[in-house]
Design a protein around this ligand. Structure first.
Ligand code: DQA
Length: 164
């Protein structure tokens, strides 16, 4: 099982930008915690941050045939990017959207997420802990998908045996 974590614009500035909203933690520190938790759960994890919409679309497409789960904070692109939404929708890999702040409590333009409707779920307002919650969610979904696949393979094997 492999999770790819995709971070959108300005999240490389965490720890510097608006600490009253996003807190003091740096992106590398958040990723270090996620890496440790992934290790404890035998999950491979990869991190990617970009300030460019097209690079995020490219990274999502690269997940095809590679990642089993995705955690994404599209940052400001959440509210504007049909391209990122279409990429998430195209690859059909369980994806959890995270926001450090509670976007629903903030300016009205942040209340809409173009990407959340094509994600398995959205976690907002818990700061860096939201990424931990997203990992729990995505691991749970990946386990359910795996169990379903194994069940289907078992049924197919049974049918094949009956037909021989
Ligand atoms: C954010 C919320 C977005 O509205 C904002 O543009 C960000 C960060 C969050 O994590 O709270 O850059 O995605």
């Amino acid at each position: 099982m492999k999770i790819v974590v995709i971070q959108g614009p300005n999240l490389n500035m965490l720890g510097v930008r608006e600490q009253n909203i996003y807190g003091p933690m740096k992106l590398d520190d958040i990723h270090a915690q996620m890496q440790a938790f992934a290790g404890q759960n035998n999950v491979e994890i990869e991190f990617f941050q970009s300030n460019l919409e097209g690079e995020i679309v490219d990274r999502l497409q690269e997940c095809l045939g590679d990642a089993t789960g995705i955690i994404i904070n599209p940052a400001a692109y959440t509210h504007t990017s049909i391209a990122i939404r279409d990429a998430i929708s195209a690859i059909q890999i369980p994806t959890v959207e995270v926001h450090l702040s509670n976007i629903h409590q903030r300016e009205e333009f942040r209340h809409t997420s173009l990407t959340a409707p094509v994600c398995a779920g959205q976690i907002v307002g818990f700061g860096p802990f939201g990424y931990h919650l997203a990992m729990l969610s995505v691991i749970q979904i990946m386990n359910e998908v795996q169990a379903l696949q194994e069940q289907q393979q078992g049924q197919e094997a049974k049918v094949a045996l009956q037909n021989n």
